[in-house]
Design a protein around this ligand. Structure first.
Ligand code: HEC
Ligand code: HEC
Ligand code: HEC
Ligand code: HEC
Ligand code: HEC
Length: 664
């Protein structure tokens, strides 16, 4: 018994000694606040979220919290469209979005001056009349009826109309007219915008943007809203409190999946579940491990109902409906049909399936696990949603081409435990090579898209992300890491404190959020054991990271250094040292010096948050620089980061920036 405290005590002493030898932080610790976390937003939405009226970006400060929350869900789930915002919000949880909305709603900040109108007084007068009185001839209600007499909105879900840029107002009305913007049903604004028409929309926007915002104006409380003479309540639209609106995300009800994993150790060798409910629970867990929903759920769509397009170099392949609908899903399938799909890549009718469905990996799934997966899928509510036709270039979509491809590259693999290895290693191998399909991204692919079956690093085509080698500690390898840190990365999306901070981004953030965070610690430890036991690859071609020549103190400031000072140092530190727990260091960070540099390009242009997970629920954000830096400037600042503070990686060129900007 006394051994443990002694060992602990020693560990604490060691840690203390280690920290006392670190150089002092150049900046004071960053405040642990929501304002600090959402700096990724205020770059576009203006300091603290109060955008000026001259641009396009809407003010978000002081808007009703329920409204803001619905908009954030809308961007994340595809009812509103702005790629940079969607990318930022994608890895965040409902709970975190609610907190962010509440933060901006609570800000009381002065409004910018009004925008002088650019149309005649007659047009302005028409705009004002429409806002205040509507147009009974077209059955158009007054805007003030819903948006409040003072036009400052009505809590909790109707936004104000004053203090917004004119271009933004016009664009939003246009988006509702064209169907590009949707609110949750009943979407009153779609009707309003239709009845308004383009000319009147412009008149209304002109008048609204030209109005000063009274000091201290706020959304009005729901009870006193608008004109109350109308027979039927008009405020139903979008006005439910935020908590009454479960989003269509998969977070809900997934406690089941997590529980089902239990700590069952090398679960695939456990006797098949006889109890149906237990089998379904187990299947739910395995579906998480296989990240089936990641491909089989369209943005904002019903879970597992398919319809999501997967971009490949040969065109777009659409995932199918896995719910038990008889006509469009797996309703008529038998367990044997399902096993054949997983193991042989054939549909129920014998059709050869595209390898965008990672059956080369799933062929390792044991028959018992396949049956559990099937039982789980059959327990879902049936959703009628046909699989859209693939959009593949000739001849790639044809059965003949698939048959030829399979003859060359597809050999069904069967998982067999290696008796010379530990149970953990075998379980880890099963999860990594099979359900986890880590090699589908982390392996190389040939010109015809066939995976090389390894984990030596690969470019994810079309998406322009590089999934680094899992068998090289300079890339994504974890050999030498404390096991607990590997578990932390896969469970929380970021490492803990024992290492320079590593975090997951882009497609890997999706993997953590949708899959690995839900796995049991036993399974994650098994994956760690397997990953740490990988033979270390020699193929990795990263440039060695040698310390840079000491900089001479009188060196003129290069453009990259000046840009870094201006745009990055506030978070990442003057010397790239980062802020523990908040901002990753850029000095000595393997992700920064990695070759190719395409992930850096994506992170710089698109920004991002680490995934919001149970263990790391409120990540800090990196702002996107796509609209702020030219290709030349972005290349200069990345080159600076890659060649300073001991980093010594090749430069990034403006051409690299152009090539890797990505399809987003
Ligand atoms: C790259 C610039 C950019 C960044 C960064 C950004 N936004 Fe936006 N945001 C926009 C634009 C542009 C719109 C309007 C999009 C449209 O046309 O509908 C918008 C719209 C919104 C809206 C809807 C406003 C309304 O009145 O309906 C909210 C809410 C919002 N953003 C919140 C956020 C939050 C929170 C973050 C940080 C996580 C963020 N934004 C980051 C550019 C940005
Ligand atoms: C029947 C109620 C109703 C009426 C009438 C109405 N609105 Fe709305 N409006 C809403 C609701 C609800 C929303 C929030 C929609 C959402 O959640 O996306 C909204 C949102 C908006 C937005 C988006 C604001 C932003 O920050 O993005 C604009 C612009 C707008 N309305 C303009 C108008 C104008 C102009 C009129 C009059 C011609 C009008 N509305 C009349 C209910 C109404
Ligand atoms: C990387 C994306 C991806 C992942 C992950 C994925 N699938 Fe699929 N799956 C697809 C695509 C794309 C298709 C359609 C292939 C085609 O039609 O040629 C498909 C087809 C299928 C089919 C055949 C359906 C039919 O109607 O023929 C089954 C069954 C299936 N997937 C099950 C699963 C299961 C179970 C998982 C998780 C263990 C999973 N998929 C994970 C992309 C994926
Ligand atoms: C959809 C593609 C994809 C899949 C599937 C995938 N990864 Fe990744 N992974 C990436 C990308 C891209 C990166 C680089 C970005 C980053 O560092 O997060 C990455 C990075 C990593 C890292 C390094 C993180 C760091 O910050 O050093 C590890 C470890 C990792 N992946 C493990 C796994 C394991 C284990 C699996 C299987 C369970 C897996 N990945 C499946 C795309 C993928
Ligand atoms: C508002 C604070 C903030 C600013 C300003 C900022 N970053 Fe970041 N940056 C972050 C955060 C937070 C992350 C981690 C994101 C994550 O974990 O997904 C990050 C991540 C990164 C990464 C990826 C590191 C890794 O380990 O994968 C790079 C590279 C980076 N930033 C470069 C820059 C550059 C270059 C600039 C200036 C042009 C900059 N950042 C400005 C907050 C910031």
């Amino acid at each position: 018994m006394p051994l443990l405290p002694v060992a602990l005590h020693r560990a604490v002493l060691c840690a203390a000694a280690l920290f006392s030898t670190l150089p002092l932080q150049a900046r004071p610790a960053v405040e642990d606040s929501i304002a600090q976390r959402v700096q990724a937003c205020t770059g576009c939405h203006g300091k603290e979220g109060r955008a000026a009226s001259d641009g396009y970006h809407p003010r978000i400060a002081g808007k009703p919290a329920g409204y803001l929350y619905q908009q954030l869900l809308g961007f994340r789930d595809g009812r509103r469209h702005y790629t940079l915002m969607t990318g930022l919000l994608e890895p965040l949880s409902d709970a975190y979005l609610q907190e962010i909305a509440a933060h901006f709603a609570a800000l009381e900040l002065p409004y910018p001056p009004p925008q002088p109108a650019t149309v005649s007084a007659a047009v302005l007068a028409r705009g004002e009349a429409l806002v205040r009185r509507g147009n009974p001839a077209r059955d158009l209600q007054a805007c003030a009826q819903c948006h409040g007499k003072a036009l400052m909105g009505v809590a909790p879900a109707v936004p104000g109309l004053l203090g917004l840029p004119r271009d933004y107002l016009t664009a939003q009305l246009g988006a509702w007219q064209s169907g590009a913007r949707h609110a949750r049903a009943p979407d009153c604004m779609a009707q309003v915008a239709q009845r308004l028409g383009a000319d009147d929309a412009s008149a209304v926007a002109q008048w609204l943007a030209a109005q000063p915002v009274p000091t201290g104006a706020k959304p009005q409380a729901a009870a006193t809203a608008g004109v109350v003479t109308r027979p039927k309540p008009t405020l139903d639209c979008g006005s439910e409190p935020a908590s009454a609106s479960p989003s269509m995300r998969l977070d809900a009800g997934m406690g089941v999946a997590q529980k089902a994993g239990g700590d069952k150790g090398t679960g695939h060798r456990v006797v098949p579940a006889t109890d149906r409910a237990a089998q379904v629970e187990r299947g739910a867990y395995l579906a998480r491990a296989g990240h089936c929903a990641g491909c089989h759920t369209a943005r904002g769509g019903a879970p597992y109902a398919g319809g999501r397009g997967i971009d490949t170099p040969f065109g777009t392949v659409y995932a199918s409906n896995l719910t038990p609908d008889a006509l469009t899903g797996l309703g008529l399938w038998t367990p044997a049909d399902f096993r054949r799909a997983l193991h042989e890549g054939r549909s129920r009718d014998g059709r050869l399936l595209s390898p965008a469905f990672p059956y080369p990996n799933y062929s390792r799934v044991t028959p018992q696990d396949a049956d559990a997966l099937f039982a789980f899928l059959q327990s879902l509510p049936a959703v009628a949603q046909p699989q859209p036709p693939h959009a593949l270039r000739f001849p790639f979509g044809s059965q003949a081409a698939l048959a030829a491809w399979r003859a060359l590259y597809f050999r069904p693999a069967v998982h067999r435990d290696d008796p010379a290895r530990s149970a953990d290693w075998n379980r880890g191998a099963y999860l990594v090579q099979g359900l986890g399909h880590c090699g589908a991204c982390h392996g190389g692919r040939n010109a015809l898209g066939a995976s090389d079956g390894g984990l030596g690093g690969g470019i994810i085509p079309v998406q322009n992300w590089y999934a680094p080698a899992l068998n090289d500690p300079r890339a994504a390898g974890v050999v030498g890491w404390p096991e607990a840190e590997v578990v932390a990365l896969l469970k929380n999306g970021v490492t803990g404190g024992a290492l320079p901070r590593a975090s997951t981004l882009g497609p890997m953030a999706e993997v953590v959020r949708g899959s690995t965070q839900h796995l049991s610690d036993t399974d994650l430890r098994a994956m760690a054991v397997y990953l740490q036991g990988l033979p270390q690859g020699l193929a990795h071609k990263a440039a060695p990271v040698a310390p840079a020549a000491p900089a001479s103190p009188i060196q003129p400031i290069k453009p990259g250094a000046a840009l870094y000072e201006r745009h990055c140092a506030a978070c990442h530190g003057d010397r790239g040292e980062g802020v523990p727990g908040a901002y990753p260091p850029l000095a000595g960070n393997r992700a920064v010096v990695m070759q190719p540099a395409m992930n850096l390009v994506r992170v710089l242009l698109e920004g991002g948050f680490a995934p919001a997970t149970a263990g790391h629920p409120r990540p800090y954000g990196m702002p996107p620089f796509a609209t702020l830096l030219s290709n030349e400037e972005a290349a200069a600042v990345l080159t600076h980061v890659r060649s300073s503070w001991g980093n010594a990686a090749p430069a990034v060129s403006a051409l690299d920036m152009h090539r890797w900007r990505g399809s987003r």
